[in-house]
Design a protein around this ligand. Structure first.
Ligand code: ATP
Length: 261
């Protein structure tokens, strides 16, 4: 049985898919066997961020009864198994979302960790995904509308008894107009498990179809997601900055400190 984590958000566009894709890679890099599924069947874009677009069999084919889930699992970056939803409107129209629960329970046997990229909001598919998952991570932006929508997701999760691990605040710029993490924690009444800064490399990475934790692993957003991954698996992550420092120190030690007098 996999540890199942739904990655959800109240508002659309908070960076949920980006976070989910990168967290999947981060967990894989920490040695976990990870599957990530795009349950956002209407607005699928996990496959673009993971660089596996255009696959012949997708979740929508499985949901329409035309394929088995095993044929819709693809190897993605860093060995993460990815179930794309498919961007074809035709297969989306044929899909029967009510089958999602059955698909998720089959996927449960496939790996150690199952991440579910949920649709934004509290629609039927989001609800199915959240109630099927053991745990929930909610991705928010540091603004009141995002937080107030996230409150609804958290309350749904509580109602269906999905354990809320906490919130990830994404796109933080530290502008004075932003809500502080303490305020967000107080409003949502859940822990803040990650703070991911606004980072232009996120978009660059997406354009290349390579998750930022691989493409720009030393960028601030990548490091924050690696830290979150480490926290989830109970490991310590030493950010690259520190690695770089110690490298610089070693380098100078090597040149200046290693000389015999
Ligand atoms: N930390 C970040 N810094 C800069 N840009 C970001 C960051 N996180 C996400 N983005 C950008 O925000 C946009 C939305 O991201 P993403 O598609 O992951 O959001 P989403 O919440 O999954 O959206 P939807 O609700 O439509 O599924 C993308 O253009 C992405 O590149």
């Amino acid at each position: 049985m996999a540890i199942t984590i739904a990655v959800a958000s109240g508002k659309g566009g908070t960076g949920k898919t980006t976070t989910c894709a990168n967290l999947a890679v981060a967990l894989s890099q920490f040695g976990k066997d990870v599957t990530v599924i795009d349950a956002d069947i209407a607005m699928a874009n996990l496959e673009l961020i993971m660089g596996i677009e255009g696959k012949p069999i997708t979740l929508n084919d499985v949901l329409s009864g035309n394929a088995d889930i095993k044929s819709a699992i693809y190897e993605g970056p860093a060995g993460v198994k990815v179930v794309p939803a498919g961007v074809s409107l035709d297969s989306f129209k044929k899909a029967r979302p009510e089958r999602l629960l059955e698909v998720l329970s089959k996927l449960d046997e496939q790996s150690e960790v199952l991440l579910i990229d949920c649709p934004a909001g509290i629609g039927k598919e989001a609800l199915t995904a959240i109630s099927a998952a053991e745990h929930l991570l909610v991705v928010v932006n540091p603004e009141i509308s995002s937080i107030s929508d996230a409150l609804k997701v958290v309350s749904i999760a509580n109602r269906v008894e999905t354990n809320v691990l906490g919130a990830i605040i994404n796109r933080v710029t530290e502008d004075s107009s932003e809500l502080s993490s303490r305020s967000i924690e107080t409003i949502l009444e859940i822990p803040i498990v990650g703070i991911v800064p606004e980072d232009t490399n996120v978009r660059r990475s997406s354009a290349f179809g390579v998750p930022i934790v691989l493409k720009h692993s030393d960028s601030p957003a990548a490091q924050s997601i690696m830290e979150l991954g480490a926290k989830l698996v109970g490991k310590q992550y030493i950010p690259k900055e520190k690695t770089k420092d110690s490298f610089v120190k070693k380098f100078f030690k090597g040149i200046f400190g290693g000389k015999k007098k």
